[in-house]
Structures are given as structure tokens and as C-alpha cells.
Ligand binder design. Structure first.
Ligand code: IMP
Length: 452
């Protein structure tokens, strides 16, 4: 049997709680690799009451045994990486010998941030509501074949020429289009030379490392950032991030051969959120939305922006399941729904479930809801399926059934131990864990229980 090589990704618009789940699963993997995005991600992990927010370094780093990789598909702000390494060190986590940064990852430069900022605030421009980290402009330069890669930081002449030539062009664009003040090449060069030396010990050919590890039979977890619906191709374009967040991106963004993969796990909230602009068919506005936002503490971990909130959207989950070939689902933040008397779930779209390719098409969607009875009992911290209130179990079984994906794990709070693992589930099989005797529990979450 092949050793597990599993993708864990967000099945919605990001912020599904992947940080906690990756941290939890990481203990069972030799390697954890990030494959796209940059420090626009904010993966929150709470351990023993201490809150860690990781933006670039895979959450698995907090499990001492795993090796962590920042893959070639990530766009890297070296300053953000140095800051994150320092904040982990201050918390007693030493990443030396454990962290590997791809020599092929593209580098974010200060002009990526300033151009993005200027473009996002310019009148007449479509406002995406980005995280203002320079992510999109860095990927533009990558695809335009004018980017700077981590390995290039160590070629002094190339680095100097790249910065001065790119900056001449970027300054001209920023000035002409947005009236922005020019940046200074000399100070950028000096800063990046210093940063390059600080990250040098971590730089490696990570694709080669991962393929060699897989060949040796070592297990690998591929950690997605953002979520499937923010994918540059398959998401709610143009209100997306600039990378391939879906499972296909995991191989491109690490160099790991597709034939190594053994499965994909999606992470979804028991409801839905998104941050930034763009379509959101099940969005809940007004006081009820404020209430759900407050109960779920739905404020961005990177930008602090209030997240938009809404109900679980089964057509979108079916879409995410198909795009990513999801084998199992992890449902997070179940406890946020504890007080509700009725919980709407979008089971379809009037006129069909086809996912529209245009913003106008998204605007025309009319969700069809079923109302499920709430359980109105605390589920916070519940760790066993049988200890959930029957209506909460029915709710989860319903989500599994309308999504067509089996639920393998349920999160009932931010701590590692506030988690229900469904014995005998496909998720356990994917992790290479023995299948338990309690398969009956699993059957219910596969959506086989009677409809509530
Ligand atoms: P960018 O990735 O900063 O270019 O932002 C593009 C869109 O993706 C915006 O709507 C952001 O709010 C959203 N986004 C980026 N990163 C995350 C994330 O980690 N969680 C949720 N949304 C994100």
C-alpha cells in the first residue's frame, strides 16, 4: 500500500478552520507542504489556550516531528517569513532543520504591495477587497515571466539588475496610472540582500525533497490556503485570489508527481463565510447576520475585517467536491449554531445547480432552502459522536447527504481536543489509521440516517 499523500484544503471561500485541522492531522505525517498563496493566508491554531497565527509556514510546524515545506507555488514575502520565524522562536518553536523553502518560489517585492494598494483604491477600478499583501501583482509577474525567484536572491548582479529594471517600470506605471510616489531601488536592494541571508539556511529544492520522501514511503500532507471558491480558474472570478487553491494546484505548487496523491480532504464550516467582495448566494444580512458573525467570531485573522456570513450551500459543496475529488469532509464550528431554533441549508438553486461563469450569472442565483431544526444545546468541546445532541447529528448527516461527501471529523471548538473523529470513516483510512469497530457511527455521517 502507498503511504498517505493527502491534500487538505478549504472547500468554501477560505477561513474554514484548516489551521486547526492541519495541526491535528500533522502529527501523522512526516512532511507538511504549502502549495500556493502567501501571507494573505492566516491559519489559526490554538494549543493550550495559546493562539498561533501562521501565514506562510505550514501549521504542521507546531508538531515537532514533521518537516514543513513552503512550495514553489507560494509567493514569498521574505520579510513576512523572517517575522514569522521570529515570532515562532519567541513562542519556543525553533524551525531550524525543520523548515524548507522552495528555491523556485516567487518573491514579493515592495512594489507589488504598493501597486496593489494603488489599484485597489483607484476610482473606477473593480475592487476585489484583497488582503493588500501584493499577492496578485507577484503572481502577475510570475506568469508574465518577469518575476524574481528565491534562488535569484543569491545572484548579486541579477538581483541588483532585476530590482532596478523592474522598479523603473513599476514606478512609471504607478505614477502614470495612480499618481503614486516612486520607490527607491537602493533601499529595496539593501533590504532584500539582508533578508536573503536570513532565509538562506531554509532554501532548498523542495520538489526534489518531496519526491524523494514519497519514493522512500514517507507520508505527506499538502496544505491548501484560502479555499476552493477563491481558485483563480474555478472560483467566483474575478473575486478570487491569484493562485490555484484547488487540488490540482497541489502538484504544480510543490513539484510532487500527481501519481503520488492518495486522497483529498475538504474542510468546511457548518455554515458559510467569505471575506472581501464577490458573489455569496446564501449570505445572511442584517441583525441575524451580525448575530452569527458575533457567535462565530468571524473577523479576519490577517486583516481583522468582518467576514460576511451565510448558510451552508450544498450546490457549492458539491461543486467543490467534484473539483477536488473530495474523499472526506471535516466540518468545523458546529458549536456556533448551538443556539439557533432553525437552521436553513441551501439544497439547490432554482433553475438548476450549474455554477455560473460570470458575476451576472451569480447575481441571478436563487437559493432553495430546507429548514432544519436546531438542537439548542451546547456542543462546545464535545469529543464523541454519540455525545452530540440527536438533532446536531441529524444536521451533520444531512450536510453529508446533500453534499455527497462523507464527514470524517467534526470540530466543536478551537482546541486540538475539541474534535470528534468518526471511527471507521474514509478519512481515517486516508490517514493510514486502522479502521475502528464503531463503523456504525460513521454510517450516520455518511448521510445514511433518516432525514431530520
Ligand atoms: P488576495 O489573495 O489578497 O489577492 O485577495 C483576493 C481575495 O481572496 C479577497 O477577497 C480576499 O479577502 C480573499 N482571501 C485571500 N486570502 C484569504 C484567506 O486566507 N482567507 C479568506 N479569504 C482570503
Amino acid at each position: 500500500m502507498r503511504s498517505p499523500c493527502v491534500i487538505v484544503l478549504g472547500a468554501q471561500w477560505g477561513d474554514e478552520g484548516k489551521g486547526k485541522i492541519v495541526d491535528l492531522l500533522a502529527g501523522r505525517f512526516a512532511w507538511i507542504a504549502r502549495y500556493q498563496g502567501g501571507h494573505n493566508a492566516g491559519h489559526t491554531v490554538v494549543i493550550g489556550g495559546r493562539r498561533f497565527i501562521l501565514q506562510l509556514i505550514p501549521c504542521g510546524i507546531l508538531r515537532g516531528a514533521s518537516k514543513a515545506v513552503i512550495g514553489n507555488g507560494v509567493v514569498l514575502d521574505p520579510q513576512a517569513l523572517v517575522d514569522e520565524i521570529a515570532s515562532l522562536a519567541a513562542a519556543g518553536v525553533d524551525v531550524a532543520g525543520q523548515l524548507f523553502v522552495s528555491n523556485r518560489a516567487h518573491v514579493i517585492l515592495p512594489y507589488h504591495r504598493s501597486i496593489e494598494h494603488a489599484a485597489e483604491s483607484a476610482p473606477g477600478r473593480l475592487r476585489i477587497g484583497t488582503t493588500s499583501r501584493g499577492i496578485g501583482p507577484a503572481y502577475e509577474d510570475k506568469m508574465g515571466r518577469r518575476g524574481l525567484r528565491v534562488a535569484d536572491l543569491y545572484d548579486p548582479a541579477l538581483l541588483r539588475d532585476h530590482i532596478s529594471e523592474s522598479l523603473a517600470e513599476k514606478n512609471a506605471i504607478a505614477q502614470a496610472l495612480f499618481g503614486a510616489a516612486p520607490l527607491d531601488a537602493g533601499s529595496i536592494l539593501e533590504t532584500y540582500q539582508g533578508l536573503a541571508e536570513q532565509i538562506r539556511p531554509f532554501v532548498a529544492d523542495t520538489g526534489a525533497l518531496l519526491n524523494a520522501a514519497a519514493a522512500r514511503g514517507e507520508s505527506i500532507l499538502l496544505e491548501g490556503a484560502q479555499g476552493a471558491l477563491l481558485d483563480i480558474d474555478h472560483g467566483t472570478y474575478p473575486f478570487v485570489t491569484s493562485s490555484s487553491t484547488t487540488a490540482g494546484g497541489a502538484c504544480i505548487g510543490t513539484g510532487l508527481a500527481p501519481t503520488r496523491l492518495t486522497g483529498a480532504i475538504g474542510v468546511s464550516k457548518a455554515y458559510c463565510t467569505r471575506v472581501g467582495g464577490g458573489p455569496f448566494p446564501t449570505e445572511l444580512a442584517g441583525a441575524a447576520g451580525d448575530d452569527l458573525r458575533r457567535r462565530g467570531n468571524e473577523f479576519g485573522s490577517v486583516t481583522g475585517r468582518p467576514r460576511r456570513v451565510g448558510w451552508f450551500d450544498a450546490p457549492l459543496m458539491r461543486y467543490a467536491a467534484a473539483l477536488n475529488g473530495l474523499d472526506a469532509l471535516v466540518v468545523t464550528k458546529l458549536d456556533v449554531l448551538d443556539e439557533l431554533a432553525r437552521i436553513p441549508v441551501c439544497v439547490g438553486y432554482r433553475g438548476g445547480d450549474a455554477i455560473p461563469p460570470t458575476v451576472a450569472g451569480w447575481g441571478a442565483i436563487e437559493p432553495v432552502y430546507e429548514q432544519l431544526p436546531g438542537w439548542q444545546t451546547s456542543t462546545e468541546g464535545v469529543t464523541r459522536w454519540q455525545d452530540l445532541p440527536p438533532r446536531a447529528r441529524d444536521y451533520l448527516a444531512f450536510l453529508a447527504r446533500v453534499s455527497g461527501v462523507e464527514i470524517g471529523m467534526v470540530s466543536t471548538g478551537p482546541e486540538r481536543d475539541q474534535t470528534i473523529t468518526i471511527a471507521g470513516s474514509k478519512l481515517e483510512q486516508l490517514l493510514g489509521a486502522p479502521t475502528g469497530a464503531a463503523a456504525q457511527e460513521g454510517a450516520r455521517v455518511r448521510g445514511n440516517s433518516a432525514r431530520p
